[in-house]
Write a protein that binds this ligand. Structure first.
Ligand code: ADP
Ligand code: MG
Length: 299
């Protein structure tokens, strides 16, 4: 039996509602401006290129996903944006000011669980608030508010080891948001979670993002995750690390799992798949040892 190839729409095609949403986004102020930013590791810049010149304007409350194979410079870029790493050239501005180190205007959530294990959930969320000089009762009240927001109000007295992976990441999100950052920088935050928990976390994150005035930069190597969450998707490639394309996501909001099989979703996912698994990315030959006998072959 043969299947007729599925006719998918062009991933550039946007419904009038989606096009109008992108027009509105473009009218909002630019929170993060990246111009010709690049990074080379090694002595005097003569070394390994982490990523080539990259330019991007991120608008207020936009949800940007950065996707690409391992080693294309995603984490290096987000570390530069966080002020944890220097660039080799170009500029990165937050609200017009050059990044020159970490600051409270940027919150970070990584894949690994970065909570303080010796502090309770509430104390973890209060930490940044207290560091910024808030008195204990104010910090405590705010921490509780953020924990309610991520659905963990009942767990304020628990220690991180008593929580599941998904719950720990929700605390990490609450802790990052408690400092009221302009930008939330997330580096594969759900990468270590099982598929079901990951799906729940994506929905949590979208609900939170709707309520909070925050711009999100979210790294993933999961194509569906990027299609499901993003307004725009920055697709990166390797050898050398670089931006291949910046795509406006044609999938309307509000998003739901019903859309995972919609024509727009499949068209976008297909395009990402094409970009990320292009011949140059899969050229590497696999040398396999034959362990089967004649007649054993898999059809
Ligand atoms: P990704 O997050 O997309 O997997 P990274 O940003 O971690 O990629 O890495 C991009 C490239 O830079 C990789 O080739 C990696 O080996 C290299 N790299 C990352 N950090 C360092 C470092 N501190 N020193 C030297 N090379 C590095
Ligand atoms: Mg990485």
């Amino acid at each position: 039996m043969s299947f007729a190839p599925l006719k998918l729409p062009d991933y550039h095609e946007q419904s009038p509602e989606v096009a109008a949403r992108f027009r509105r986004i473009r009218e909002r102020p630019v929170v993060m401006r990246v111009r010709d930013l690049h990074k080379t590791f090694g002595i005097n810049g003569h070394g390994h290129i982490a990523f080539e010149k990259m330019s991007l304007d991120v608008h207020r409350r936009e949800f940007i996903c950065i996707i690409g194979p391992s080693g294309c410079g995603k984490s290096t870029f987000i570390r530069i944006a966080a002020g944890l790493e220097d660039s080799s050239g170009g500029e990165i501005l937050i609200d017009g000011k050059p990044v020159s180190g970490p600051g409270p205007d940027r919150g970070m959530v990584f894949q690994g669980y970065t909570l303080f294990p010796w502090r309770t959930v509430k104390q973890n969320v209060m930490f940044g608030l207290r560091m910024r000089g808030q008195d204990y009762p104010t910090a405590e009240a705010e921490a509780r508010q953020w924990l309610d927001m991520v659905g963990l109000g009942k767990f304020e007295g628990a220690y991180p080891h008593e929580l599941s992976g998904g719950m720990k990441q929700r605390v990490a999100i609450a802790r990052a948001l408690a400092n009221e950052p302009r930008i939330l920088l997330m580096d594969e935050p759900f990468g270590a979670l099982d598929a079901l928990t990951r799906c729940k976390m994506q929905n949590y994150l979208m609900q939170i993002w709707k309520k909070v005035d925050v711009t999100v930069l979210f790294i993933t190597h999961d194509l569906e995750e990027a299609c499901y969450l993003a307004d725009r998707i920055v697709v990166m490639g390797t050898n050398p690390g670089r931006v291949l394309e910046i795509i406006e996501n044609p999938i309307p909001r509000p998003r739901s799992t019903d859309q995972l099989i919609s024509p727009e979703f499949l068209a976008l996912k297909h395009r990402l798949d094409e970009l990320i698994h292009s011949p140059s990315e899969t050229e590497e030959k696999l040398h396999l040892i034959k362990l089967t006998q004649a007649g054993d072959e898999v059809e």
